[in-house]
Each structure stands twice: as structure tokens, then as C-alpha cells.
Design a protein around this ligand. Structure first.
Ligand SMILES: NC(=[NH2+])NCCC[C@H](N)C(=O)O
Length: 294
């Protein structure tokens, strides 16, 4: 039985409609860790909760929280670079803190990679966002998009090398986001490539093969809305025709065993939108598949 420590950032300030802040209560519920231990050879260890004093529209407080996430991740990577971490959101804007912390801890930030599972591109700036929601912007922030307003939220010194970023499961985006990614040369895939009957693990294997030649560290970020809403309804911005949950479990299990894989971020679980605790079980199964060996 393995013990797993978790960092939890129950932040909902990047999205006015979500309920991601409720994740803290779920992780603190003894029933959650009991179920995990019953279903997997895994028990919850320490849960470190990083919280903002404001949940809505407080720029200074949001920036301070992202800085704390950044510092926590930087320390984690410096202290335990060989032990894959688990960070649970929160809406996806927290990724600005998570991955900037990893970048700033790296010997060569230019050789840090990120595999981003998401229904959306999350590549807006304040000039292009249709909603004003920060959870639609972390990819642009990580890439260092030219937007002074967004830069205020970004706690890192380094940015992601666009060649080392891959988006997967994308099926909802605005033109400006696509233009930004295409201009920077970021690779992105829809669901079809990933679930093609011949693909299986072949798709992810060849992707990893390419990334590992140019990266020393590769992280995984999962927005739960990459999964089909039939399997995981508990998200704030569901999009039809997503990845079957089982496919993601299989991919994740393989990915987390790769020596370059440094950790996993899971974002956008919104308990208030869940149905029959389906998405709570998905969260549990994602953790189980990621951190246990067959
Ligand atoms: N992390 C997410 N769920 N992002 C959804 C973003 C939706 C939309 N593109 C927006 O910017 O408002």
C-alpha cells in the first residue's frame, strides 16, 4: 500500500460558474480516502491546502495565491524531483502557478514539457477572452503571450517552450486562441486521433517519444472536461464528444510510469454540477490509475 501526498488548490476565482472550491471538502472527507484504499493499493497522506482569501474578482489575492502555488511547486521539484507530484484544483487558472513553479525549478526551463488534456485551448488573453474568465487563459500565460494584464497574474520567471507543449482532446475554442497556438507552433489534437481504434497507446507513445528527445521533465495537466460529460458531468464548462474516461485512465497509467514524467495536475472538478457522484469516482479513478502499478 502506497501513501500519496496531495497539494489541493480549491480556487474558483478563474471561473464565475464553477464550484471547484468544494474539492477541499471532498478530499478532507474520510470516505474519500477509505474508498481509494479499498479500490487501489493507495492511501491518502498529507493534503496541503492552498487557498485564497477571496474567491471572486480580486486580482491581488489571485496573484498572491498563484505565487504561493508557484513557490510550493518550486520547493517540491527541488526537494523531490524524482517523486511524481499530485496537485488537484481548483479551476484551470491555477496551472499558471503549478507549471511556472516547475519551470523555475528546472535546470534548463527550455527542456520542460507539458501534456495538456482539455476540451478547451485555454489560450485567451484579456484582449481576446469572450467571458473574462481567467480559467480560459493559463496556456497563453504559460507561453508568455504579449498581454501586460495577464502577466500580472503569472508568478514565474520562465515560460514554456511552445515546441514542448501538446494539447490533447481539444474540441471547443475561439478563433483567436487557435491563431495564437498556430502562430507559436503549438501542437494540438482533437479527440478523434486519440480514440482511433488502431491508436490505443500508439498515439501517446509516439508523442512521448518526440517530447522526451527535447525535454528532461514532462508534466501532465488534466482538465476533467476533456472527458465526455456522460462519464464526468461534474465540470463547469462541459463539451460533448469527449474522451471516454476509460481511455484516459489507460493513457494516464502509461504516462505516469515514464521516467521523464514529473507529476500530475487535475483541474476543474465542480462537485455542484456532478450527478450521482460520477465525477467524484472519476477523480478517484484518475488518482488510482496514475499512482498505482498493475
Ligand atoms: N478551463 C476551462 N474550462 N476553460 C474554459 C474556457 C471557455 C472559453 N473559451 C472562455 O474562455 O471562456
Amino acid at each position: 500500500m502506497k501513501t500519496l501526498d496531495i497539494a489541493n488548490v480549491p480556487f474558483n476565482g478563474g471561473n464565475r460558474d464553477g464550484s471547484t472550491e468544494q474539492t477541499a471538502a471532498i478530499l478532507a472527507d474520510p470516505a474519500f480516502s477509505q474508498q481509494l484504499a479499498q479500490q487501489y493499493p493507495l492511501r491518502l497522506g498529507r493534503v496541503v491546502t492552498l487557498q485564497s482569501e477571496h474567491t471572486h474578482d480580486n486580482q491581488a489575492a489571485h496573484s498572491r495565491l498563484f505565487m504561493r502555488v508557484h513557490d510550493t511547486m518550486m520547493q517540491q521539484m527541488q526537494a523531490l524531483p524524482h517523486q511524481p507530484f499530485l496537485l488537484i484544483g481548483g479551476d484551470h487558472s491555477i496551472a499558471m502557478g503549478t507549471w511556472s513553479g516547475v519551470l523555475d525549478a528546472a535546470f534548463d526551463p527550455d527542456r520542460v514539457g507539458l501534456l495538456w488534456f482539455d476540451a478547451h485551448m485555454d489560450a485567451h488573453t484579456f484582449q481576446t477572452t469572450p467571458s473574462g474568465n481567467l480559467h480560459g487563459m493559463p496556456v497563453a500565460a504559460l507561453l508568455g503571450a504579449d498581454d501586460p494584464e495577464l502577466r500580472v497574474f503569472y508568478p514565474g520567471r520562465h515560460h514554456l517552450n511552445p515546441d514542448n507543449l501538446v494539447l490533447a482532446g481539444v474540441r471547443s475554442y475561439e478563433t483567436e486562441e487557435r491563431e495564437l497556438l498556430d502562430r507559436m507552433g503549438v501542437a494540438w489534437y482533437g479527440v478523434d486521433q486519440m480514440v482511433h481504434p488502431d491508436a490505443g497507446l500508439a498515439w501517446v507513445r509516439s508523442l512521448w517519444q518526440r517530447l522526451r528527445t527535447q525535454c528532461d521533465w514532462i508534466g501532465i495537466s488534466i482538465d476533467i472536461d476533456v472527458i465526455d460529460p456522460a462519464d464526468a458531468p461534474g465540470v463547469s464548462t462541459p463539451v460533448a464528444n469527449g474522451l471516454p474516461a476509460n481511455t484516459l485512465y489507460q493513457l494516464l497509467h502509461w504516462l505516469m510510469q515514464q521516467p521523464e514524467c514529473i507529476g500530475l495536475e487535475i483541474a476543474e472538478y465542480s462537485p455542484a454540477n456532478d450527478a450521482m457522484s460520477k465525477t467524484r469516482q472519476v477523480l478517484l479513478d484518475l488518482i488510482g490509475h496514475a499512482f498505482t502499478k498493475p
